[in-house]
Design a protein around this ligand. Structure first.
Ligand code: ASP
Length: 450
């Protein structure tokens, strides 16, 4: 086992986790959660593996951004880099949303013959008590967005979350990535504009911290097979087959839309804009993709994404340490697409008709909230509540929507694993495209060289 390459170990662990989870679910059904087996799986995956990855996030993000920007005094052009990066984020997220919108309008997972699917309505009302409780508690989760509407709208709340009241507060909260990125960028440009020994020593120190964090990430990844086994087993053991069956058309629509973005749109962009062979890129990013799939958290995957991109793809620190930490919070194609599909699905099941302007506001809100959500599991659900609140037609029936949100929540983990992989993959493609446009030659072959 230990002679196998890490990604094979992770893949095998994923399969074993799947088997273990299914066996536990079969044996204990709804009581699986209380068993010691699930306790052990959760401990391995969530407490140890995700815990260790989370542990390095704050020093890693800070030191990566500062070392990436201030560590190379001669390489200017960050304004240009920033514009390209934001342009890429906006473009791919918008394309993702349009794909989601088209798939959900074509597939109509919540309708049968133009009416709310009676089977789904029955399923939700049978479980309404449990679902409503779950749905109503979603907004209260600490996932980065408040469920109270901000007086200045979604943009106002984004800016508010970017400016920390206290640096230590934002450095002690994994959900406050936007403000941490803001502090890091300010620090980097501050150091660049200072002269003298003190600024140089401080920059060198931060570069040292960065190297240390990358080393520690390498050690943590040695535990990835165990962690992934635990995470998969834990997830599957709690997903009852009846939930999966009733929600299957909805789940299929989400996976189809994510698949189009992941397997067609992003590879095409890599090919056309960066002249990089997408298959080589997939292969270079395997460890990061397997980690995002099993952790369902872009932030927890960030250390691995950085490692793969720098070591396997050969993107410079200057580009990767700027594009990736920012992307892990700001660029969430899978999340934006998912929010759009979920909100339209909820409207369909509740018999709410959304005209063109309502759908347009959902698109814009999905784009904005996907920028604001933290890269943690189930973060989208809070954004879905916010979108429902901000669209007149759905806000009028918000109370009734909680059962539907609860039903979505019940099958969320598997969809979360898929959309998080799309989020991480899109960040990595962005870094490659930006690096190429900056004239970098990468380790991956371009198609014409293969
Ligand atoms: N889990 C996702 C991520 O970390 C966010 C979400 O869509 O819930 O990227």
């Amino acid at each position: 086992m230990f002679k196998l390459k890490l990604h094979w170990q992770i893949l095998i662990a994923l399969l074993f986790g799947l088997i273990a989870g299914t066996l536990i679910q079969r044996e204990f059904g709804l009581h699986a959660k209380e068993t010691v087996y699930v306790g052990i799986l959760k401990f391995l995956g969530n407490t140890v593996f995700i815990g260790l990855l989370k542990m390095v996030i704050v020093p890693l993000i800070f030191s990566s951004i500062v070392a990436g920007i201030a560590g190379r005094k001669k390489s200017g052009g960050f304004g240009r880099l920033g514009l390209k990066t934001l342009g890429y984020y906006m473009l791919t997220s918008s394309v993702a949303i349009v794909i989601g919108l088209s798939v959900v309008n074509l597939m109509k997972p919540g309708l049968v013959d133009g009416q709310p699917n009676p089977e789904l309505v029955k399923f939700m009302s049978e479980n309404s008590e449990e679902f409503e409780k779950k749905g109503a508690s979603v907004g209260k989760d600490a996932t980065g967005l408040q469920d109270e509407p901000h007086p200045l709208g979604v943009v106002g709340s984004l800016i508010e979350r970017m400016i920390p009241e206290n640096v230590f507060q934002s450095a002690s909260d994994n959900g406050a990535m936007l403000s941490l990125i803001f502090i890091s960028i300010l620090t980097a440009f501050g150091l660049l504009s200072l002269q003298g020994q003190a600024a140089e020593t401080l920059t060198d120190l931060i570069i040292g911290v960065n190297e240390l964090m990358i080393k520690i990430t390498g050690w943590i990844m040695k535990l990835a097979p165990l962690g992934v086994f635990g995470l998969m087993g834990w997830t599957i053991s709690q997903t009852g087959p009846s939930f999966l069956f009733s929600m299957s058309k909805y789940m299929f629509s989400v996976i189809l839309a994510l698949g189009i973005h992941f397997f067609i749109v992003l590879p095409l962009m890599l090919l056309l804009l960066a002249k990089v062979n997408p298959i080589n890129h997939f292969s270079a990013m395997k460890e990061a993709l397997l980690t995002s799939f099993s952790t369902a958290s872009s932030s927890a995957t960030l250390p691995v994404t950085l490692k793969c991109l720098q070591q396997n793809v050969g993107v410079s620190k200057r580009v990767s340490s700027f594009v990736l930490p920012l992307g892990a919070t700001v660029n969430m194609d899978g999340t934006a697409l998912y929010e759009c599909v979920a909100v339209l699905f909820i409207a369909q099941v509740m018999g709410i008709t959304l005209d063109f302007s309502a759908q347009l506001s959902i698109v814009i809100l999905a784009l904005l909230t996907s920028i604001g959500v933290a890269g943690v599991p189930s973060a989208s659900l809070v954004a879905i509540v916010i979108i429902l609140q901000n669209v007149e037609a759905t806000n009028a029936k918000l109370e009734g929507a909680f059962a539907a949100i609860g039903a979505i929540y019940a099958v969320d983990r598997i969809l979360d694993m898929c959309r998080t992989s799309v989020n991480v993959f899109s960040d990595s493609c962005g870094a490659v495209i930006v690096a190429r446009s900056e004239g970098e030659s990468l380790l991956l072959g371009s198609p014409e060289r293969n």
